[in-house]
Ligand binder design. Structure first.
Ligand code: PSU
Ligand code: MN
Length: 306
């Protein structure tokens, strides 16, 4: 496995010294946001992780290697390139063997983080069970990966383009704990709430770190989904964004978009049809997640002294 892994020296040193490290995904840069907001956000998120005492490790596939920790130039190339592969789990051997540029989704990023020994991963929103999945069977590999790989995933809940109720059911079936930070209501990405109660709630980074420690020490493998609600003053209320989501789903159907292209299509449609408001929320929630992720990584690396 080591032959396919290239860990940035700063990240490697932090891991050896049990210092806090936070993994970050790259699909959000290449397929989740337009240029130049994508590179600005990627750099800002790395800076927030550092300001809060952890080392950021953005993950991507470059030149036949799974890279853990990218340079400024590498981040910039993912932000600008239009022919980057969106790499979920199934795409990893293809993209590595053909030496293509691969931006990793939540699923692939988690797997590479685990290979490198990183336990904490920050994203914006995970993939899940799509609306209409009862006939399309479109269920993100992010969920099956979370069932088997022991990396904590900090996200702003589940995107409202998905079927949130079915996604929560799937997470329950797979034994994946879902913990909302600081409130009872489960958030839905752009929105502070979703209409669903969170299965679990914890109010401090330390309590979350302690739960992770216990889970993995009990050999309960797999992820914990930590849902971090976007602050109310930065949210788009669910009832307002819903109109645009329904339009986006209809547009996708009309253009016959499905499979791996669906999530990027929906995100772009929503960004283009909300006067940039959804992009502003998207950026705010990721920054918010970066802070919480760094705090959890810090608490987790200090767990031995609890
Ligand atoms: N949520 C975002 N932006 C994104 C994604 C999710 O706000 O770019 C990406 C993540 O990389 C996630 C992927 O893992 O979409 C899910 O894709 P799919 O639904 O095809 O599994
Ligand atoms: Mn899918």
């Amino acid at each position: 496995m080591k032959a396919f892994l290239e860990i940035h020296p700063e990240v490697q040193l932090a891991l050896e010294k049990n210092k806090p490290v936070v993994a970050l995904e790259s699909t959000i840069i290449s397929h989740g946001m337009p240029y130049p907001q994508n590179i600005e956000t990627a750099l800002a998120v790395e800076a927030i992780v550092r300001e809060n005492g952890a080392i950021p490790a953005t993950i991507a596939i470059i030149d036949g290697k799974c890279r853990v920790g990218l340079s400024h130039d590498q981040l910039e190339s993912f932000a600008q390139s239009s022919n980057t592969w969106k790499v979920s789990l199934r795409d990893m051997p293809y993209v590595v063997s053909r030496h293509l540029m691969g931006a990793t989704t939540v699923a692939a990023t988690m797997r590479i983080a685990a290979m490198a020994g990183i336990k904490i991963f920050v994203t914006g929103g995970i993939g899940g069970v799509h609306r209409g999945a009862t006939t399309s069977m479109d269920i993100s590999a992010d969920l099956t990966e979370m069932a088997q790989t022991s990396v904590a995933v900090i996200s702003a809940g589940v995107k409202s383009i998905l079927d949130i109720g079915l996604t929560l059911e799937y997470l329950e079936t797979k034994g994946i704990p879902v913990v909302t930070f600081g409130q009872d209501s489960f958030p839905s990405f752009y929105s502070n709430s979703s209409g669903f109660d969170s299965p679990l709630r914890l109010d401090t980074a330390k309590a979350i770190a302690s739960m992770l420690d216990v889970k993995w020490k009990m050999q309960l493998s797999g992820a914990v989904l930590i849902a971090n609600p976007i602050p109310l003053d930065q949210e788009i209320p669910a009832s307002i964004i819903e109109t645009t989501i329904v339009e986006a789903l209809l547009a996708a159907k009309a253009a016959n978009v499905f499979g791996k292209n669906l999530t990027p299509f929906l995100l772009k449609y929503i960004t283009d049809h909300t006067n940039g408001e959804s992009l502003t929320s998207n950026i705010a929630l990721i920054k918010n997640n970066a802070k919480l992720g760094a705090d959890i990584a810090t608490a987790y690396s200090a767990r031995a002294i609890y």
